[in-house]
Design a binder for this molecule. Structure first.
Ligand code: E4P
Length: 215
């Protein structure tokens, strides 16, 4: 299972990369906008920190323009993966890009049928937004489980990214389903490391060790 970090914040990316558990990065227009920086230089800097795929979203809506924008984004760095929203034009662009060297990440996927189409079009990655489904009282992880089953049935090459992760339980659920990747915000990555019994255990060991040293 791979972990991507879901942010465009350089400090968060550096800290997560140093932890040694991150395999890639996903950004989106909202995450980039928060950083108040010129996007191309920001994406280039991210690619220099993380040795792995870095998703950057194409904002065009027509197939021809998406392909052209994707080609421009891919020039930023070899590790750029172009995120393309799940639309009919998006699928046409993915199909055309899949014939070349540019990797794609079909984003804003909320149903098994959308995921199936993205895989058939030749997407490298398919991003399922489980948290946003939970937000409207659907079971996001249930959809992820169905997509995993479908991709397994037909041995699709597309990798499943479970996105819109909100908490550590989501991450454990992704691992149980066997999806390829969870893309996780920095705040959830830090929560994954913590357990109150670990903190109590360290405190007790330290105080017992002080006594040993005192003797
Ligand atoms: C995925 O690639 C998206 O950037 C992200 O996971 C969206 O998450 P959100 O629903 O918390 O905005």
């Amino acid at each position: 299972m791979k972990f991507f970090i879901d942010t465009a914040n350089i400090e968060e990316i550096k800290k997560a990369w140093e932890l040694g558990v991150i395999d890639g990065v996903t950004t989106n227009p909202s995450l980039i906008s928060k950083e108040k920086r010129e996007p191309t230089s920001l994406l280039r800097e991210i690619c220099h920190i993380v040795a792995g795929p870095v998703s950057a979203e194409a904002m065009s809506l027509k197939a021809d323009e998406i392909v052209e924008e994707a080609e421009g984004l891919a020039k930023i760095h070899d590790n750029i993966v172009v995120k393309i929203p799940m639309t009919e034009d998006g699928l046409m662009a993915v199909k055309r890009l899949s014939a070349g060297e540019i990797e794609t990440n079909v984003t804003l996927v909320f149903s098994p049928s959308q995921a199936l189409l993205a895989a058939k079009a030749g997407a490298t990655y398919v991003s399922l937004f489980v948290g946003r489904l939970d937000d409207i009282s659907h079971t996001g992880m249930g959809i992820a489980r169905e997509v995993r089953e479908i991709f397994k049935n037909y041995l699709f090459d597309a990798k499943i990214i479970v996105a819109s992760i909100r908490n550590p339980i989501h991450v454990v659920e992704v691992a149980k389903i066997g999806a390829d990747i969870a893309t996780i915000p920095y705040s959830v990555i830090t929560k994954l490391t913590r357990h109150p019994l670990t903190d109590i255990g360290i405190k007790n060991f330290l105080s017992d060790w002080e006594e040993v040293k005192g003797k």
